[in-house]
Design a protein around this ligand. Structure first.
Ligand SMILES: [Zn+2]
Length: 229
């Protein structure tokens, strides 16, 4: 297998609504938030882990193409013609020999753009606390408010991904697939509580750099009209 080229896709992600990417197993402080967001261990800045971005794009494409794996998990077929497995990698649970080679898509962590980093450092970017209530169906009153931490709407992050193209790969097909996944994500949501309005994002200033030539992508939604409708 010969690596032919690496294509870089980068740009910004703008939050159109508050973003909640949970920190997971963070020890609960007494009186602290029970739903904190993930933050950089040194700077304390919120960021978007590459795994969250990649995982969400993958799962949307799996749904779009009806390729859900065994036990409703990620596709783990490992088949030569499965773009999900080729582009995103064979599920760890697959444990089978496959000839599809290395994962084609690499997604790096997205950090805030310079302006927002400075604001955050100066304490001018307060993270938002949203209270989520459970509504008692009988009395109609709100109960058990749970504080949910979010990065507020309007904040911008820099995203950066690389697509590895091997000699026998169809470059256009793979690139189109990745862009289609990004377009689906704009229509869906990133992070938690998407069905309650969190995580609405937009990819902007998208640059696709191949063969050292920069190419601007104006509009992802054109991929949707071409490929989905
Ligand atoms: Zn597969």
């Amino acid at each position: 297998m010969k690596l032919q080229k690496i294509i870089n896709i980068c740009g910004t992600i703008e939050l159109l609504s508050g973003l909640h990417i949970g920190a997971g197993d963070v020890a609960l402080e007494i009186g602290g938030l029970d739903q904190p967001i993930i933050k950089h261990p040194i700077t304390g800045e919120p960021y978007i882990p590459g795994s969250s971005l990649k995982g969400k794009i993958r799962s949307l494409l799996e749904l779009r193409y009806g390729r859900i794996g065994s036990n409703e998990g990620p596709c783990d077929c490992g088949k030569e013609d499965c773009l999900i497995c080729k582009v995103f990698g064979v599920g760890a649970s697959a444990n089978k020999a496959t000839s599809i080679g290395p994962t084609r898509l690499l997604v790096r962590d997205s950090f805030m753009t310079k302006k927002w980093k400075i604001d955050f450092k100066n304490g001018e970017l307060p993270l938002e606390i949203k209270y989520e209530n459970t509504i008692n169906r009988i009395t109609g009153t709100a109960e058990h408010p749970r504080p949910l931490e979010r990065v507020p709407e309007g904040v911008k992050f820099k995203f950066d991904m690389s697509v590895r193209i091997f000699e026998e790969d169809d470059e256009d097909t793979i690139l189109k697939f990745v862009k289609q996944g990004m377009a689906l994500l704009e229509l869906d949501a990133l992070g938690g509580n998407g069905s309650r309005g969190c995580g609405h994002i937009k990819f902007e200033e998208i640059k696709v750099i191949k063969d050292n030539e920069e190419q601007e992508e104006k509009n992802l939604s054109s991929y949707l009209s071409l490929n989905l409708m």
